[in-house]
Structures are given as C-alpha cells and as structure tokens.
Design a protein around this ligand. Structure first.
Ligand code: TYD
Length: 374
C-alpha cells in the first residue's frame, strides 16, 4: 500500500474511500431489503458491528493484497477479476471471523453474503465512474508524460533525446541501476514494480526505451503494458560509437587491456562472439542487415571501415583502435572494408546465429525497414 500511496497519491486514497463507502452502502441496502422481507428480529443498529468489521477487513485486504494496483489503467475484464478477487478475499476473511465465532452466529449470514455480492457490483460501478472522472481531469493535461527505460550508461543522453522529441519524462527505470535516486532531476524507479506503478497510476502515459535490445524489456513491464494498452516506443539511435574501457599500463611493454560487460557497457546480453582474422587488404564483407541482432563491433588490430546504410543515408565509421566500439542496432545495412591486411574484426552479438534473422537482399532490406516503420 505504501507503494500505491507514493505513486498514486490522492488517486489511490480516493479509490480506498470509494471501496469503504461501497461496503457500508451495500450493507445498509441489503440489511434494509432483508429486514423488510424476513421481519427478522435484530435491528440495523444491531448490525453495525458487522459493518465496522467489514470496513476493517476491506482496509486490511487493500493494504496486504494490494488489490488496487494499476486500477486507473486497468482494462474492463481485469477490473472485474480484480474486484471479484478483492471482494472474495474480504468475504473469506470476515467469514472466518464471524461464521466460526459464537458472536458471529448472532448475525445473519445471508445478509453478510448478500452484502458482499452487492458490494462487488457497487465497487465496479463506482470505480468505473470515478475512473472516467479522473481520466477527464488528468488525461488531456499531459499526453507527453513518459516512463523512460534504459541502462545507466545511456540515461543522460536518453533523457536529452526524449526531451528533444517533446517527451516529459516522469520517471526513469534503469536496467542496471546503481541505486541512483534521480537523474537530471527525474526520479529513478527503484524496481520494476515501481516503474509499472508509474503507468498504472497514470503518472506517465507512454513508455520509451532507449538503446535497448528487445530482450532487455522485462516480461513484467511488457505484460503490464499489454494489459494497460500502453505502447512501448523507441527513442533510439541506429548506431553509436562508444569508448571501450581500456587500461594502459605505465610500462608500455605491458600493452593495454580493453573490456566490455554485457548489459552494462552495451545495452544487450552477449549471446555470441565471433571474429574475422587472416584477412587481405581491400577485403569487402557484410552486405546484410539484421532484424533483431544488436552488435558491438571493434577492431583490436588494424583498421576497418564500416559503411552503414539505414535506407536513407550512408555513413562510414572507421574502427582503427582497440578502445573504439561501434554499437549497431537492428535495421542497418552494413558493408565492411579491410584497410590493412591482417586487421581483426571482433563482434559481440545479442542473438544466437540464425540465418533467418539476416536480411541479405538490399531491396528486401528497404522493404523491411519501410514495413517496420509503418
Ligand atoms: P557471413 O555472415 O556470411 O559473413 P559476412 O557477412 O561477414 O561475409 O558468415 C560466413 C559463414 O559463417 C556463413 O556460412 C555462416 C557462418 N556463421 C556461423 O555459422 N555462425 C556465425 O555466428 C556467423 C557470424 C557466421
């Protein structure tokens, strides 16, 4: 519940109040109807302790079982299921208290059961209407509010890129968070549940990922976005030159040591490593694009030009030192030209080798890129 209050604030409290009002109302309605029908001997006043108990149980259930999470963005089916769950848990808890104690026998079990049925429908109706009101108040105000997901090393440039494209970043979720509380004044979500709560409570309307391989999107976030019908969009680069961390020893005889850590220095897990050696100068290779595979290319020895083509323009990047890495996202046609014989090309890849994941025909590549943009 602490999480809910932190992220949902007044919206959360209002839903709790609605639940409490519904449970009291449903009890009063059912008691009145039942008393008129059965002419039972006990009065409405006599039934008040049950109402207090129901209210207490409702609060406990909301607190412990977090049944209000995502309530604002929940789709109808999910709302029905969650409300049913909430009411059922409350009913079972109260039943255990009332129906098994002596004092419980004094109260009509029929009234309590009917009250919960009535509560379910009241909760559904009231929450639905209240949601509509909140949506009206909040929805139009900030359609650019966003949750940004990236890695620690890309956080600042991702924030810049999103701001430039008009996004108003409300929260950042870092895949390899080092416990930062905020970046550029934007709060960092502590964990994936917090990030999802930001969406569930409608504090951000969009999700943007930056420089991430598709495998890095946590299942929980993908599921939540599907459930809440939130699109995951890319604010992305096609390629980027990165500095590979390199340690040089004072004694030049020791040479230098470069290293890369998957998911930290590069935004994907390393599934495959390959390298091309024993090459002649002016060798041309490549002539393909990838549908999914993200890669880091580097040349620990020699010099290699990488010609990159996104279907609209071509760029050339020269890899000629071990500390220079070229990060390639999918959807880029590439050609590699060896400038010196013996130059070594090393590749770290996010995917296992899969020939079907390659696009080896240039016209096919143009068509594929066009299709994925639409
Ligand atoms: P290829 O992708 O055609 O190299 P390039 O595009 O640079 O010319 O790969 C050459 C061959 O190596 C091809 O038969 C597939 C095989 N191969 C693997 O089996 N596993 C791999 O990880 C890679 C990269 C290639």
């Amino acid at each position: 519940m602490k999480n809910e209050i932190r992220h949902g604030g007044l919206k959360f409290i209002s839903f709790v109040i609605i639940d409490l009002i519904c449970i009291v109302l449903s009890n009063v309605i059912v008691t009145h109807i039942y008393l008129n029908i059965s002419h039972a001997k006990y009065s409405l006043e006599g039934h008040l302790p049950v109402i207090y108990l129901m209210v207490a149980v409702d609060l406990i259930v909301t607190g412990f079982f977090n049944t209000l999470a995502r309530v604002l963005r929940r789709r109808k089916r999910k709302e029905i299921l969650q409300s049913l769950k909430h009411v059922a848990i409350s009913f079972v808890i109260l039943a255990m208290v009332l129906f098994t104690t002596k004092s419980g026998a004094e109260y009509s079990r029929v009234i309590v059961s009917l009250a919960y049925v009535c509560d379910f429908f009241l909760i559904l109706g009231c929450r639905y209407l209240w949601k509509k009101v909140l949506m009206k108040i909040y929805w139009t105000k900030n359609n650019n509010s966003a949750l940004l997901m990236t890695t620690d090393s890309f956080a600042e440039e991702a924030l810049e890129a999103l701001k430039k494209s008009g996004g108003d970043v409300k929260s950042i979720f870092l895949l390899d968070s080092k416990g930062q509380k905020a970046i550029g004044g934007v709060p960092v979500a502590e964990n994936i549940e917090d990030a999802i709560a930001v969406l569930g409570w409608d504090l951000a309307k969009n999700v943007y990922i930056y420089g991430l391989d598709h495998q890095m999107i946590p299942d929980a976030l993908a599921d939540a976005c599907r459930e809440m019908k939130v699109r995951i969009d890319l604010v992305d680069f096609k390629y980027k030159i990165i500095d590979v961390k390199t340690v040089k020893n004072d004694d030049s005889r020791y040479g230098s040591l470069s290293f890369i850590e998957g998911k930290r220095d590069i935004p994907f897990p390393i599934r495959r490593v390959y390298w091309i050696t024993e090459t002649e100068a002016d060798l041309h290779r490549g002539f393909h694009a990838h549908k999914l595979n993200c890669q880091l290319l580097f040349c620990p020895h020699g010099s290699i030009d990488i010609i990159l083509d996104d279907g609209e323009k071509k760029d050339t990047v020269r890899l000629d030192e071990p500390g220079k890495g070229l990060l390639l996202m999918p959807g880029l046609w590439r050609e590699m030209i060896w400038n010196e014989s013996g130059s070594v090309l090393c590749v770290l890849a996010s995917e296992y080798y899969d020939p079907d994941e390659y696009i080896r025909n240039y016209d096919g590549f143009i068509a594929y890129n066009k299709g994925s943009k639409e």
